[in-house]
Ligand binder design. Structure first.
Ligand code: BGC
Length: 762
């Protein structure tokens, strides 16, 4: 009270500007309170689960569990009540989110919590929500607009259940498919990855994420985690500065231009420097040069690992100094970080401005998200907001467009029949939730259409009898007698749909074969899956292979012996329906591979945009061609391309040249086609890739229809880092290629000439 009048507390007044509210609140905060805002903990239920399920020894060795030595869930609840925690992650129920927010509301300054979650293809860690196809499936749609829509819908489902910050998009550029995290990427091409990532950010944040229907996005993982030296997650990345700039950093520029409000550092080191202490990236490039306005967050316990794994600090305090002074703003997760940072400031080692900057950015997010006014969620209304018919429709549509037909020798689609043909559906992924990809929790059965369920529903309407044989879903433990039994069943039916692949169900730590921390040193079908395929093939019954997988499968035997192969990736909640609609011809497949599928792990690194000398020599025995090229995917119809035409054969500074190509559907089905444009710089001061993707458009063509497709080329399309690392376009000729995949046989080309050198901003 001032002179009998109630003091107006600016930061609690929603009518004040966000800047004024932040300023007012910052003035009221102690150093400790500011640093607490920079610290995160895992949710109480997550901790309780670890406390209950794991032995003391396991708790210490299993670092994927939220466990803090000597600190229990009740202690963390009390800390929340005292305002000592700024953010939580792995809060997977609305009830817990409300509980934590209510505890925070009891603290001195009543600052709400920012609750983060890995909602990477829908809010799939929360039970009952829409699980969209996995990112690699979404990338196979080659369609930015779907990503934006999914971002908008995911944000709504997250806000409904009490999270406001998603650790997505993963814009790692995949350069080694042994890596377990392939399924959560958008593939191997930085142009596609950057565009899809930006579209996702657009949808999630919808400009500046103000209000209670939007969330903060998080571009991750900075940087280069997609080319681990041995294929294993978090292993060192040894990448040239050129590759870093030409490949890995490109999607980050797009994310920052899109206004992404948080960026997560990578587990790995880059050229000897742990990414969590890389000031040249965080501060010099991202913040100072590219104008990143949001905050950096560490990955899971990675500030600690500067000391414990990388051994470039002697203590957590030193590690915290290295990270925060390099630009890190939030610690994921656990105790001791706040004490370290407070001590560093008090000792004069870390400037208080660094803490102020971090805290201001985090508070700004909380104000914009409306959390001071609406911190809890209305639990009763959740069923009306998640898994809505509208969201299901988008999940289904993106699965239909993201599934890739890899091979079809006249078997598909299966026509309607009146003779009650029989189909056996079997294989480890035929009837389970691995279609939901990584980063999902078990979903209610009634909200998931497995491959078998989809086939049964759609197939019965087409006159088929569908039966399921359970060959065991644990890929690591397929038994010989089950293989024999499956083959026995296969003898008596007209077709077999065999669903094989890998398993990324993170809650089945012991069974899974893909996903985070589950790299492989091979790319074949794991376990005895190929034996199962061979035993069924030996019966002579025609087989349709459906791959449900989260990294590419290099198994040439399948291609050589099986008539039809459908790459379903992780098609999401309604994935079984989408697969069935393709098999029975109600949907014409149109997905295209966002990565190269090698024939064998020994061919790695195999990427479409390799350098000219990569295949100058051959292997002694093995082929140098991939099993399936980047951009490849079949349709039930055929598309014919004209030679591309240019609006001008010459390009000068600030000009735009347009490329036109006519595409005709010459087959018997209506269908979508993804038209792709690549370029090649013919002669340059440093070597350039044989092809670079520079444009793509998904179009729909009725049978017999022709459409013209346009792409623009300007100097930014042609730019690269020259021999002096200057970003520019050098004079000379470029080949412009347009077609249906990156394979030369699928491309038609023309020539564009650059008269004078042009400098370009990077
Ligand atoms: C992963 C991140 C994820 C985080 C929180 C880490 O292990 O690398 O991508 O966002 O966990 O779940």
């Amino acid at each position: 009270m001032v002179n009998g009048q109630q003091e107006t507390i600016i930061y609690l007044d929603p009518n004040q500007s966000v800047e004024d509210r932040v300023k007012d609140l910052m003035n009221r905060m102690s150093l400790e309170e500011k640093v607490y805002q920079m610290n995160q903990f895992v949710g109480l239920d997550h901790m309780r689960k670890a406390e209950k399920d794991l032995t003391e020894e396991e708790l210490h060795s299993n670092d994927a569990q939220g466990f803090y030595k000597g600190l229990f869930s009740e202690d963390v609840a009390e800390m929340t009540r005292r305002g000592e925690i700024g953010s939580f992650l792995h809060v997977v129920t609305d009830r817990e989110s409300n509980l934590l927010q209510n505890l925070a509301a009891e603290s001195r300054l009543k600052i709400p919590l920012l609750i983060g979650i890995d909602a990477i293809h829908g809010n799939a860690l929360v039970s009952g929500t829409t699980v969209y196809p996995s990112p690699i499936t979404l990338a196979s749609t080659w369609s930015d607009s779907y990503l934006e829509t999914i971002g908008i819908q995911t944000a709504r489902e997250m806000r409904a259940t009490g999270s406001q910050w998603t650790f997505t998009p993963n814009i790692d550029v995949l350069r080694d498919p042994r890596w377990g995290r392939v399924g959560e990427t958008f593939g191997e091409d930085h142009f596609l990855v950057g565009n899809l990532g930006a579209a996702m950010i657009r949808g999630l944040q919808q400009n500046d994420f103000t209000g209670n229907q939007k969330v903060i996005a998080c571009a991750k993982h900075m940087i280069a985690g997609g080319e681990p030296i041995n294929g294993l997650n978090a292993s060192p990345m040894d990448v040239s500065i050129r590759t870093l700039k030409e490949v890995h950093l490109k999607p980050y520029k797009k994310a920052i231009d899109e206004g992404v409000y948080s960026i997560m550092a990578a587990h790995n080191e880059l050229n000897g420097v742990p990414c969590h202490m890389d000031s040249s990236l965080m501060t010099d490039l991202f913040r100072n040069k590219w104008g990143f306005q949001g905050f950096f967050v560490s990955d899971w316990m990675d500030i600690e690992r500067i000391e414990t794994l990388h051994h470039v600090a002697n203590s957590l305090k030193e590690a915290s100094y290295l990270a925060v002074s390099a630009g890190m703003d939030m610690h994921m997760h656990g105790p001791k970080f706040p004490e370290a940072v407070v001590a560093l400031v008090e000792e004069g080692k870390l400037p208080i401005q660094r803490v102020n900057e971090a805290c201001e950015k985090i508070l700004t997010a909380k104000f914009k998200l409306g959390l001071f006014e609406n911190r809890t969620v209305d639990i009763k209304s959740i069923p009306d907001k998640v898994f809505t018919p509208e969201h299901q429709q988008v999940a289904l549509e993106t699965a239909r467009k993201g599934i890739v037909l890899l091979k079809n020798e006249g078997l598909l689609p299966l026509e309607k029949t009146i003779s009650n043909k029989r189909i056996l559906v079997t294989g480890p992924n035929a009837n389970n939730q691995t279609i939901l990809g990584d980063w999902h929790s078990p979903q209610p059965d009634e909200k998931v259409i497995t491959i078998f369920e989809g086939l049964k529903t759609v197939g019965s309407k087409c006159g088929y009898d569908l039966e399921f044989f359970d060959s065991g879903e644990n890929i690591r433990k397929i038994k010989d007698n089950t293989i024999a039994a499956a083959a026995n069943k296969a003898k008596d039916v007209d077709y077999v749909v065999l669903v094989v692949g890998d398993n990324a169900m993170r809650y089945r730590w012991k069974d899974k074969t893909a996903g985070e921390n589950m790299g492989r040193a091979a790319l074949d079908l794991a376990g005895k899956q190929l034996d199962l395929v061979k035993a069924i093939e030996a019966t002579g019954t025609p087989i349709i292979i459906v791959l449900v997988n989260h990294r590419p499968i290099s198994e040439p035997w399948l291609h050589d012996h099986i008539p039809s192969i459908v790459e379903a990736w992780g098609p999401g909640s309604l994935g079984g329906q989408a697969v069935a609609e393709i098999i029975f011809g109600q949907v014409n497949p149109s997905g295209k591979l966002p990565l190269t599928i090698a024939r064998d792990v020994g061919q790695l690194r195999m990427i479409y945009n390799h350098k000219p000398s990569a295949y100058f020599h051959k292997y002694a025995f093995e082929k140098i061609e991939p099993l399936y090229p980047f951009g490849f995917g079949l349709s039930f119809t055929n598309f014919e391309y004209s030679k591309p035409k240019l609006s001008s054969t010459m390009i000068n500074s600030n000009e735009i040249v347009s490329v036109t190509v006519s595409v005709t559907n010459t087959g018997n089905y209506d269908g979508d086609e993804v038209v792709q444009m690549y370029i090649r710089d013919q002669v340059s001061s440093v070597t350039r890739p044989v092809k670079e993707l520079k444009g793509y458009k998904r179009i729909f063509l009725k049978k017999g229809e022709t459409k013209e497709v346009f792409f623009d080329i300007d100097k930014s399309t042609l730019a690269f880092y020259d021999i002096n690392m200057k970003y520019c376009v050098e004079p000379g000729d470029f080949t412009i290629m347009v077609g249906s995949s990156s394979d030369d046989r699928d491309l038609k080309s023309t020539k564009l000439t650059v008269k004078n050198r042009m400098d370009v901003n990077d």
